[in-house]
Design a protein around this ligand. Structure first.
Ligand code: NAD
Length: 469
């Protein structure tokens, strides 16, 4: 199926959820449509001589809260429909996890794997300059982040380019998130989306009503996991799911997939791929065509590469009990219906991969406050805890060992606070989605419940905001 179905899938999911709600048609229409999209082209010099015209987009789906927020994707397949779909998902995602932003998304039609670092820097800086010219970027306007094909390096170039155009703007580095730590990034952002996937799956598996319906035991221990895409989201999702007690039995990259029912050593696979340039041929594992990974026997399938990979063609053969959507839009609307009929539980993208935007929000707050989380209170907390501990020890006559004392009195640093804020966010959002699910017994799945939760919050926000003028 072509990616032209992605926006249609998002809109179909929206309409299914909206039918449960009693808001005026015009309001629902305003929530559904994209407010602005900037499509542009710009030239860059080719390294061997000559010029190339680059095609790019930035969509701002909803301005009910500002800034708008969403990643920038570098891919030869990126197109307007995809950017619009991803921007809409960002609006709903932010609402689900109570991040006070509207949704946005950007894309540049290039293949980062076939583009030199120097050329990538030129393209990224020129793209940023184009956004500056049209007022499509700024800490209070529109704040991009990494997505497929981009990472901290590109975010750093964006922040620097924006700053060149805004000398003296004290909040300039808040114009983009997902930056390296040295450039105002936050500890835990790189891992955040994958860690959020782990927290979300853990929440679902702790819900005995859901696990009973699926016919599996509660908890992660011993669950077999297959992950598609070993990039930022897929790698960290696999890592944290493994650390949480699951077994990674299958991994897929674009060149192929590997399977070992006894478990794969994730970091050894990553090393093998770095050395041989392929995931295939890993010791002890069976090689498979890439798409076959989606049909492996497992409890949890994590698509974490791109959209439209589970379609009406392969959905009947999916054996997983849970599809945990790390990627945006991996399941088409038709495939969703097939999975539902088979009793497969889909934990939807707009909830499950919201860890990235949640920690991006924390990074933005850090940038605006110009101080690292934990810096002011860590030592004070440790001193207070030590005093309290000494009092308890003198009252009870018992002493903790040095190792125990260290654990008890340790104050929270930036990463502790980020991870705990992320866990709380993912847990609260899951419970809100489940509450909607219970309130509307006819809601067929978690995705519809998540959309209802999001639409409801955005509708209230619009109604209380009023309309200008
Ligand atoms: P990434 O570029 O870091 O990694 C994607 C990986 O998928 C790459 O290793 C790529 O080689 C692999 N891949 C591509 N096609 C494949 C195929 N057909 N089969 C198997 N593997 C394939 O990208 P990412 O940031 O991890 O994003 C992945 C998905 O997660 C996207 O849908 C993105 O929108 C979504 N997402 C990302 C973030 C984030 O913080 N990075 C946040 C939310 C959602």
């Amino acid at each position: 199926m072509s990616s032209n179905g992605f926006l249609e899938t998002v809109n179909r999911n929206f309409d299914a959820a909206a039918s449960f709600l009693d808001y005026p048609h015009g309001l629902l229409e305003q929530i559904r449509v994209c407010n602005s999209i900037y499509k542009f082209r710009f030239p860059v010099r080719r390294e061997g001589g000559g010029f190339e015209v680059i095609e790019a987009w930035r969509a701002e789906h909803s301005h009910h809260k500002l800034p708008v927020k969403g990643g920038i994707r570098y891919s030869p397949e990126v197109n307007e429909d995809e950017v619009l779909a991803l921007a809409a998902l960002m609006t709903f995602k932010c609402a689900i996890v109570d991040v006070p932003f509207g949704g946005g998304k950007g894309g540049i039609k290039i293949d980062p794997r076939k583009t030199s670092v120097e050329q990538l820097e030129r393209i990224t800086r020129r793209y940023t300059a184009e956004l500056v010219k049209k007022n499509f970027i700024g800490p209070g306007i529109d704040v991009p982040a990494p997505d497929y094909g981009t990472g901290p390096r590109e975010m750093s170039w964006i922040a620097d380019t924006y700053s060149q155009f805004h000398p003296g703007e004290i909040d300039a580095i808040g114009c983009v998130t997902g930056k390296p730590i040295s450039q105002g990034g936050i500890r835990g952002r790189k891992e955040a989306t994958g860690r959020g996937v782990f927290f979300g799956v853990k929440e679902a598996l702790a819900d005995t009503e859901l696990t009973t319906a699926l016919g599996i035991s509660p908890g992660l221990a011993g669950k077999r996991v297959v992950v598609q895409g070993l990039g930022n989201v897929g790698y960290f999702a696999a890592k944290f799911l493994h650390e949480g007690g699951a077994t990674i039995v299958g991994l897929a990259e674009y060149e192929g997939a590997i399977h070992n029912p006894n478990g794969l050593d994730l970091d050894a696979v990553v090393r093998h791929r770095a050395e041989t340039k392929s995931i295939l041929g890993f010791s002890g594992a069976t090689d498979l065509p890439s798409a076959a990974a989606l049909e492996l026997d497992c409890e949890i399938l994590v698509p974490a590469a791109l959209e439209n990979v589970i379609t009406q063609e392969n959905a009947p053969r999916v054996k997983a009990k849970i599809v945990a959507e790390g990627a945006n839009g991996p399941t088409t609307a038709d495939a969703d219906a097939i999975l539902r009929a088979k009793g497969v539980m889909v934990i939807p993208d707009m909830y499950l991969n919201a860890g990235g935007v949640t920690v991006s929000y924390f990074e933005w707050l850090k940038n605006l406050s110009h101080v690292r989380f934990g810096r002011m209170e860590k030592r004070f907390e440790e001193t207070s805890a030590t005093r309290m501990l000494r009092s308890i020890e003198s009252l009870t006559g018992k002493q903790l060992s040095e190792a125990e004392r260290k654990i008890v009195v340790r104050g929270a640093d930036e990463e502790d606070l980020v991870n705990s804020g992320l866990e709380e966010t993912m847990s609260v959002a899951f419970q809100q989605i489940r509450a909607v699910h219970r309130r509307f017994p006819k809601v067929p799945d978690l995705r519809t419940a998540a959309f209802i939760s999001a639409i409801d919050k955005i509708a209230v926000s619009y109604m209380e905001l009023g309309i200008f003028p």
